[in-house]
Design a binder for this molecule. Structure first.
Ligand code: 13P
Ligand code: SF4
Length: 301
């Protein structure tokens, strides 16, 4: 089947089943184009919280589909490819977090949304790259803050808020792989371009950028600038190139690919709708505790 046939089958079945398709900004372009809504983690969480549909096909990675299920528990939330995970989310377990917390006196635990349900359940408040600064600023200044799992986002938040934050040493291998040498190389090719990066990049890389933000923040920046080097996973670059063919855009490097975000194809979306797989199920007790940390985040405007 070609993409046109796949698209028309998906749209027909989606209509019949009254489903909604959500996609993250790193998905492949054909998947983003079939989605009802494409966005960053924060936007996708807010959309999930307001959903009317009782079937959601979530084109992203597991923690994103789980967050949607937490926020809309009555819905059947489907992750088209079961193995689409986030290696950074697996860098800390619930047990490791309990041991980490036990070393401090009544700390506030902030977990990046890129984390397991168990870790969210052990945390006080969740955050995304889109709201991390507001989340940290909402914590009373006398409190000790622990941040898991991403050391780079945590150090960006510490630098932006002036707070002392104790970091778990997790990282995203896709963003960690962006080096100062990559920047020097791309900057030498495009000296007059602005450089924007995701705060999952190393601190020294963020330091060299003109702007750091979530994928939505990066999209907003490109709306207002004509020459930009895009420092994140390639999915965002291809979306921006498609949206703004008149702008001069360059990827920081074409090897910044999140293999998990690229596992979902139109065939998978169709199969997911046909067979209603793979359904996200979360144990009720753990869901209640994990939801609390996600809701604490969403209360912050
Ligand atoms: P955003 O929330 O900025 O889209 O980032 C999600 C993510 O997984 C980045 O690697
Ligand atoms: Fe996880 Fe990195 Fe992929 Fe985002 S880009 S889903 S943080 S591995």
């Amino acid at each position: 089947m070609n993409n046109l046939e796949l698209r028309s089958k998906i749209l027909k079945l989606k209509e019949e089943k009254q489903a909604i398709i959500l996609a993250h900004n790193y998905q492949t372009l054909p998947v983003q184009q079939i989605a009802d809504f494409t966005g960053d983690s924060l936007q996708l969480s807010r959309v999930a919280a307001e959903l009317k549909q009782e079937m959601v096909v979530f084109c992203g990675v597991q923690f994103m589909a789980e967050t949607a299920k937490l926020l809309k528990p009555s819905a059947k939330v489907l992750l088209p490819v079961k193995s689409a995970g986030c290696p950074m989310a697996d860098m800390i377990t619930g047990e490791q977090l309990r041991q980490f917390k036990a070393q401090y006196q009544d700390p506030v635990v902030v977990c990046y949304v890129n984390s397991s349900i168990e870790v969210k359940a052990e945390s006080d408040i969740c955050c995304t790259s889109g709201n991390v600064i507001k989340v940290i600023n909402s914590i009373p200044t006398e409190k000790q803050i622990l941040f898991v799992p991403d050391r780079n986002l945590g150090s960006y938040a510490a630098q932006q808020t002036g707070r002392n934050i104790i970091l778990w040493q997790g990282f995203c291998n896709v963003h960690e792989n962006i080096t100062e040498a990559d920047i020097l190389e791309v900057k030498s090719k495009y000296p007059e371009y602005k450089l924007i990066v995701h705060p999952e990049c190393r601190p020294e890389v963020v330091e060299m950028a003109d702007f750091a933000a979530s994928t939505k923040g990066m999209i907003d920046y490109v709306k207002d600038h004509d020459k930009v080097i895009v420092g994140t996973e390639t999915g965002l670059f291809y979306q921006l190139q498609d949206k703004y063919p008149e702008k001069k855009l360059a990827p920081i490097s074409e090897r910044n690919i999140c293999v998990n975000m690229k596992k979902t194809h139109l065939e998978d979306v169709l199969r997911s709708l046909q067979q209603e797989e793979f359904e996200i199920n979360i144990d009720a007790d753990i869901a209640e505790r994990a939801l609390r940390s996600v809701e604490n985040m969403l209360r912050i405007k």
